[in-house]
Design a protein around this ligand. Structure first.
Ligand code: FAD
Length: 561
């Protein structure tokens, strides 16, 4: 039956998408959006850039207003209207009008929950002091801007090194002119990346003056002691270090907002999100849920997981309306495709990372490459640190990560598409992609990574990972560096022996046949050539995946205090 009264709780990414799609499918329905905050359909993803001033006008963050949604879609949008409970038997929601101070019940035939996620605020002593901010709503960023407006030589401590923490670090340094320290309880920033890929971000942050404190959780926020100057508080780390802060940005992650659903007796999943069917229906057939508040299936591991991303929330909003209005379509799961800019670097990932695959016991092979963003002979090419993970038996792509200054977004999106299409590394090698010198190479980085994986799968070359290098130390094995001497002069793996590739054929006698040889170069390509040469001469060889560049970033790249 077509619902005549559709009520939506939460009027931003998922809620507003659902409402607009519902109207396009049903002109006669009553559609009401109830939003607790003062704005609907605002660009949460733009908030850090408004703090830094890159987005200049606050109005640019407000994509729609209640009036514009009424005019275009005939939606009844009620802001400052909090839903406090759901009566599933009588099919009503209880609404508190925060502006008028009144309360009322609103009936529904179908209800969509898009209540989002709330910033995580662990019970750290002093966490709620003045000058501490989360970055979640337009009023949040107005408060931050007001606090730092008149700050001279202001110093910020950012707690949490995920997407929002890193975007805020960039904005506060680059546009706010603040000194920034970033504290992270894990030993790396950007949890979705594997550590050797996150290391590039550590370097970039430190290169722009952001001081990193990694693997060092906050123990407390305290008053300054005599001699300490801090307008907000002193951030005390687990190891006792004290970081005086004029402002503190709390970006410790988010937790799905499920209290309303829980109180109504709807099923909550093991990860703490609202459990929904693949048609986005909760355990009550008249109540649906989308966005950050729900659990989704991880498309690679099959496990329930939480994901706070705008793309899935928007698509689920559209899909839930399709499901309600007679166009049933499943939401198949998430790949976690995400991207971030940190100063001049872009970093992103899609699918599973190595940490997840290991924890899930899924067999995988990792491969690192550092191809140029476009043809090397055309000016301005930049290396892209590219990592793929694939199934050793079938060659199916399981995940990809990329970090670089140019061309990262395009490769990531190609790899995300390939992943979602269930492609194998053979498919990557064979993809026909657009090429002219300013844009790519005749063998695009995506082709190259597929070809390199084919070489591994068909046994042409064995690889070893950066973390396995100590196993190849002499005297049991040997590490061979085939770069030119001037490259090696800038740094090398301790204990490695240098024979440049072009001298290798004439110096085979210097190499041991009885020991395994780990071959490295700058990016992995010359080491692969060397491996092919040496294995045909009877040597036991392995190619160091990602070679010097990956090893150097992983072991020596900015690692904080
Ligand atoms: P939201 O968009 O958060 O909307 C939920 C709404 O529900 C809120 O406005 C809330 O007030 C309202 N609500 C909750 N409970 C009630 C109630 N009881 N009654 C009435 N109203 C209620 N994602 C990306 O993919 N890329 C990015 O670059 C990116 N950047 C981000 C930057 C920031 C600073 C933030 C905060 C998020 C960012 N995200 C990004 C995440 C993205 O914004 C979210 O995944 C997306 O908005 C989730 O949509 P949603 O509809 O589930 O929740």
């Amino acid at each position: 039956m077509i619902p005549q009264r559709l009520v939506i709780v939460g009027g931003v990414a998922g809620g507003a998408s659902a409402a607009a799609r519902a109207r396009r499918l049903c002109e006669s329905c009553e559609i009401t959006i109830l939003e607790r905050g003062p704005h609907v359909s605002f660009a949460n993803c733009g908030l850090p850039y408004f703090v830094g001033g890159e987005i200049v006008r606050q109005d640019d963050l407000l994509l729609q207003t209640p009036a514009s949604l009424r005019a275009r879609f005939n939606l009844d949008v009620r802001v400052r209207s909090e839903v406090t409970s759901i009566d599933r038997v009588n099919r009503t929601v209880h609404v508190r009008d925060l502006a008028a101070g009144t309360e009322y019940d609103l009936p529904y035939d179908n209800l969509i929950l898009s209540t989002g996620a709330a910033p995580l605020l662990p019970p750290i002593p002093g966490i709620e002091r003045a000058g501490h901010f989360t970055v979640h709503t337009v009023p949040d960023v107005e408060r931050i801007r007001a606090w730092i407006r008149d700050c001279k030589a202001c110093h910020a401590v950012i707690v949490g090194g995920g997407f929002i923490g890193l975007e805020m670090a960039e904005q506060l340094v680059r546009h706010g002119g603040l000194g920034v320290q970033l504290v992270q309880s894990l030993p790396q920033v950007m949890g979705p990346l594997d550590p050797e890929m996150a290391a590039w971000l550590h370097r970039e942050l430190e290169g722009h003056g952001v001081e990193l404190f990694l693997g060092n959780p906050v123990a407390a926020f305290e008053d300054p002691r005599p001699g300490e100057s801090a307008r907000a508080s002193v951030v005390v780390l687990a190891d006792g270090r004290r970081l005086p802060a004029d402002t503190v940005v709390l970006s410790l992650g988010v937790r799905p907002r499920v209290q309303l659903a829980r109180d109504a007796g709807l099923e909550i999943g093991s990860r703490g999100g609202i459990r929904v069917s693949e048609h986005l229906q909760t355990s009550d057939p008249n109540i649906w849920a989308v966005g950050d508040a729900i659990e989704v299936r991880d498309a690679i591991t099959g496990a329930w997981s939480l994901l706070a991303l705008a793309g899935p929330a928007n698509r689920q909003g559209r899909l839930v309306a399709d499901n309600l209005f007679g166009r049933p379509a499943p939401f198949k799961g998430c790949w976690g495709t995400s991207i971030l800019r940190v100063f001049d670097l872009t970093a992103g990932c899609t699918g599973a990372n190595e940490k997840t695959l290991r924890a899930a016991g899924i067999p995988h092979q990792a491969l690192h490459l550092h191809p140029g963003s476009h043809a090397g002979y055309y000016p301005g090419a930049e290396p892209i640190a590219l990592k793929i993970l694939f199934a050793p038996d079938t060659g199916r792509l399981l995940g990809a990560q990329a970090v670089g200054r140019d061309g990262v977004d395009k490769r990531l999106d190609v790899l995300a598409t390939a992943l979602q299409a269930g492609m194998t590394v053979d498919g990557l090698a064979g993809l026909e992609l657009a090429y002219a010198p300013p844009f790519g190479s005749a063998k695009d980085p995506v082709n190259l990574v597929g070809m390199a994986a084919q070489n591994v799968r068909n046994g042409e070359v064995l690889t070893a990972q950066w973390s396995e290098v100590p196993q190849y130390a002499p005297p049991d094995a040997m590490i061979l560096d085939v770069r030119r001497r001037e490259e090696r002069d800038k740094g090398f793996i301790p204990g490695s022996v240098s024979i440049p590739l072009d001298e290798l054929r004439s110096r085979l006698g210097e190499l041991p046949k009885e020991r395994e040889i780990l071959v490295s170069c700058q990016t992995g390509q010359r080491a692969y050539f060397a491996c092919r040469l040496l294995s045909q001469h009877g040597f036991r060889v392995r190619n160091l995946s990602g070679a010097w560049r990956t090893w150097d970033a992983a072991t020596r790249g900015g690692r904080g205090h």
